[in-house]
Design a protein. Structure first.
Length: 430
């Protein structure tokens, strides 16, 4: 049974503090294993990748087989049902359209002193996209990662996807084809992250790596950061649903279970304004669990990480949600727009009774790659600008330089950097 907390209980803060605890995602053993794998890939390239793929995925390859051929991708597309292909195409168009509106514009202006200032945006040259394989195989994640990269103008997108025993979800390759991914490699794990970061004889290095994975993949991304950029260190999925008397408990229960079925560590939290709604939601969760194909997974997740919190009002609910800084926040209330100014920390907000978080997972258009583990306090979800770089522009005429010179020389000399000051004064014959 999930935890029940009541805002007015004396023990509430103790119970709520337990929800805020961040579990250790990368224990010492994982860090050591990943470091060894990455060093092997960095030093030995293809040979290390092939050995590790045979060890972990039971797949014996030669370098020429690392990359999926166009024919293999064609076959995967043919194996994907028309219904799924059309749904992926529909989703991609919506995701791309939304992310096109995020693309920043170059800007220059001249200030009152005649100094030219501005900003120039350029795309990252090459992006590596990690896509989970096996049980956690999500074609939608391909679209969510590739679409903003394409909109940003990234020239090269290379995708890695593990294929245990040679098996791959055809819809993953179909999604990659739809999204215009140029290279797809049948490898996964920390070794795939290393291959993208360092390059091998077969796989050219990229400049940024994005996409979710298990604890070893997350730790590998952490360790290669600096050699390449990364999107974020993602943890288990999570949702907070704020609900008042206008909410339908069956709908709330379904949304909580939609997160719980992701598996171990997934957190489903409802913050409700009265005890009767809490009881109705808990009853609905138990009833709906019995009908789910992944009932064992969702049931364990709900029991281990589920929580229902009773609060006196929506204002209190929002205060608690801001402390949780959830990946997904549903506002199951009437007129949700009125409370948006009070939302300080959330990866994505879903407005009103008819916006289940699952719409955002697939076809809403917004990105489902979002900050987890309370990182919404300082981070944002994946977007177009994650695949672009901002370059500052500055230009001075002789007259503008003269007006900036005295203050520049003064500050340079105050820091003991004489050559800095001279590089200005020499231009003015001082």
């Amino acid at each position: 049974m999930a935890v029940r907390l009541n805002f007015t209980d004396d023990s509430f803060e103790e119970g709520f503090a337990a929800l805020l605890l961040k579990s250790e995602q990368n224990p010492h053993k994982v860090r050591l294993v990943v470091a060894k794998i990455l060093e092997s890939v960095r030093m030995r390239g293809d040979a290390a990748v092939l050995e590790l793929t045979k060890k972990f995925d039971s797949l014996d390859l030669i370098p020429e087989q690392l990359r999926f051929s166009d024919m293999e991708i064609d076959q995967a597309v043919a194996q994907t049902s028309v219904e799924v292909r059309e749904a992926l195409e529909f989703a991609y168009k919506r995701i791309r359209s939304h992310h096109e509106k995020q693309k920043p514009l170059n800007q220059t202006y001249t200030d009152a002193l005649g100094v030219t200032l501005g900003t120039m945006w350029t795309p990252v040259e090459a992006v590596g996209l990690y896509v989970p394989g096996g049980l956690a195989s999500y074609p939608s994640s391909v679209l969510m990662n590739a679409a903003p990269a394409r909109v940003a103008g990234v020239n090269r997108i290379a995708m890695v996807v593990p294929t245990p025993n040679g098996k791959v979800n055809p819809a993953v390759l179909t999604a990659a084809r739809i999204a215009g991914v140029g290279e797809i490699y049948r490898i996964g794990g920390a070794q795939a992250v290393g291959a993208l970061a360092f390059g091998t004889g077969t796989i050219a290095a990229v400049t940024k790596i994005v996409g979710p994975g298990n604890a070893y993949v997350a730790e590998a991304k952490r360790q290669v950061f600096g050699t390449v950029g990364i999107d974020m260190i993602a943890g288990p999925s999570e949702i907070v649903v704020i609900a008042d008397n206008s909410a339908n408990p069956a709908w709330i229960a379904a949304d909580l279970l939609a997160q719980a079925e992701h598996g171990a560590g997934a957190r489903s939290i409802a913050i409700v304004t009265n005890p009767s709604l809490a009881e109705a939601i808990e009853t609905e969760v138990e009833q709906q669990l019995s009908t789910l194909l992944r009932s064992a997974i969702a049931g364990k997740s709900w029991a281990d990480a589920g929580c229902v919190i009773v609060v006196p009002d929506v204002v209190s609910a929002i205060e608690l949600s801001n402390r949780l800084a959830p990946e997904h926040l549903e506002l199951a209330i009437d007129e949700p727009e009125t409370v948006l100014p009070a939302i300080a920390h959330a990866g994505a907000v879903f407005l009103g009774h008819h916006t289940p978080e699952a719409i955002g997972d697939y076809v809403g258009g917004s990105n489902h790659v979002l900050p987890t583990n309370r990182s919404a306090r300082f981070a944002s979800g994946l977007g177009t600008m994650d695949f672009m770089k901002r370059t500052s522009l500055l230009g001075c005429t002789p007259g503008a330089l003269a007006q900036l010179a005295d203050a520049t020389v003064t500050l340079a000399e105050s820091e003991g950097l004489q050559a800095h000051g001279r590089s200005v004064s020499i231009r003015l014959n001082r």
